[in-house]
Design a protein. Structure first.
Length: 433
């Protein structure tokens, strides 16, 4: 395997199949954990014309580092300190006009607000298209990383969720508040680190059939999707020789015109690489968002990258991959704010009629950050790439578990799965007494 292929593997889930038989300074510890000190806002972001939900829209609290994203239903939940003076939120989405809304104009509590966004139309005469090739644009992205991204470490608070579905049913759900030591972008020798602050899980082992399916790395793996910090497979001058590029569109993100560049691995490259779209701010050449997938046409080679361990007699075939990463601009610098990975595989056993599929998803959203008193985590605290994240968490508990921490609003299907698993857990507890 080439060096590029080895580095590519860092972007993937590493899956383990088995047959079923404190600390440095904390941004979280500085927070006041008083439920009365926050305002809870729930909402749904939709297209003003089609009424369709806008997925992965960014919602930020103006004047702060607090932010979240919408889920697959376009819904979000945001908890804001009540001490803020006249707070407002800003809603951003690719190709749509930003909306700024005063918190006082939104309902507090359990009812959801519907926020409509209008599509942005870019008059061609107002956009100066420079005579520049897509390859030159990508080169500028690489060269300008020290100018566009934070050169000092940050301590970030984030919410992480990890789910596994067997066919269409959720069989494992884990979520946690994670602290992240975000290393400076101008230092390749300092790596990002993550540690669990608070988390919970539920795993319905009986629904896994004869296979227990584990995801290695958890938040550490999902952080690898920061293509600016971990550019090896896509955003290096060496990697560029493996791809074909095409400028396909210009869109507006946060009121800034962006190049949209499609990339595909070249036909003569036989190792599995990537294809997708990069969104690049036209003036500064900052990568602000990326959506991409792995080329899994060669099932055998793709499987070798994904699968760490499996029983004899089992075949694991990758069916689909999807990756996304987003950055947020503050005071002229861009910061990692969200990443999501989803992989679907089909499991085949010899001499078995039914072959289930498993879909694994993990996402991490940065909800706060600071540049003050940032110290690296010690080795005992930080998560390792080989860790099984769910093994470090306890079972789901009371509905007020998260208190005033910002979380990613669950999809309704996940919410229902949690309720179902909780009922089963409580029934089992009573039965054992």
């Amino acid at each position: 395997m080439t060096n590029l292929a080895k580095l590519s593997a860092g972007l993937f889930f590493m899956l383990t199949f088995t047959v079923v038989e404190a600390a440095s300074p904390s941004l979280l510890n500085r927070k006041i954990q008083d439920p009365q000190s926050v305002i809870t806002i729930k909402g749904k972001v939709i297209d003003a014309e089609t009424r369709n939900p806008l997925i992965f829209a960014t919602i930020t609290v103006q004047g702060t580092n607090v932010a979240t994203v919408t889920n697959l239903d376009g819904e979000f939940i945001l908890k804001i300190a009540s001490t803020l003076s006249n707070p407002s939120i800003e809603v951003l989405y690719i190709g749509y006009e930003n909306r700024i809304i005063l918190i006082s104009d939104l309902r507090d509590g359990g009812r959801k607000n519907t926020i409509e966004l209008k599509q942005t139309i870019i008059p061609i005469r107002e956009v100066v298209i420079k005579s520049i090739t897509p390859e030159e644009i990508i080169t500028q992205v690489i060269v300008k990383v020290p100018d566009n991204y934070a050169g000092i470490p940050n301590l970030m608070t984030s919410f992480y969720r990890e789910t596994i579905k067997k066919n269409k049913n959720y069989v494992s759900i884990a979520e946690a508040v994670i602290e992240i030591f975000k290393a400076p972008y101008n230092n390749v020798f300092r790596n990002d680190m993550a540690r669990v602050y608070k988390g919970r899980k539920n795993v319905e082992v009986t629904k896994f059939d004869t296979v227990l399916f584990r995801l290695q790395g958890g938040p550490t793996t999902t952080l690898q999707l920061d293509l600016i910090k971990n550019p090896y497979s896509i955003l290096t001058l060496e990697a560029m020789s493996s791809y074909d590029y095409k400028l396909v569109n210009i869109v507006v993100i946060d009121e800034m015109p962006h190049y949209v560049i499609e990339f595909h691995q070249k036909p003569d490259i036989d190792m599995p690489l990537f294809f997708g779209r990069l969104f690049i701010e036209m003036e500064t050449f900052a990568l602000t968002e990326a959506a991409f997938s792995m080329n899994i046409e060669d099932k055998i080679k793709a499987s070798q990258i994904f699968i760490r361990k499996k029983p004899v007699g089992m075949k694991v075939i990758p069916v689909m991959t999807s990756y996304r990463v987003k950055f947020r601009e503050q005071e002229g610098k861009w910061y990692f704010t969200y990443s999501r990975a989803e992989v679907k595989v089909k499991v085949k056993w010899k001499k078995k009629l039914f072959n289930p599929s498993y879909t694994i998803m993990s996402e991490i959203a940065i909800t706060d950050r600071t540049e003050e008193e940032v110290i690296k985590f010690n080795s005992r605290e930080r998560l390792k790439m080989g860790d099984i994240f769910t093994q470090q968490l306890s079972a789901f508990a009371d509905p007020d578990f998260w208190g005033d921490y910002n979380v990613i609003e669950p999809d309704q299907t996940i919410e229902s799965a949690i309720r179902r698993l909780n009922r089963k857990l409580k029934f089992s507890d009573r039965k054992g007494k």
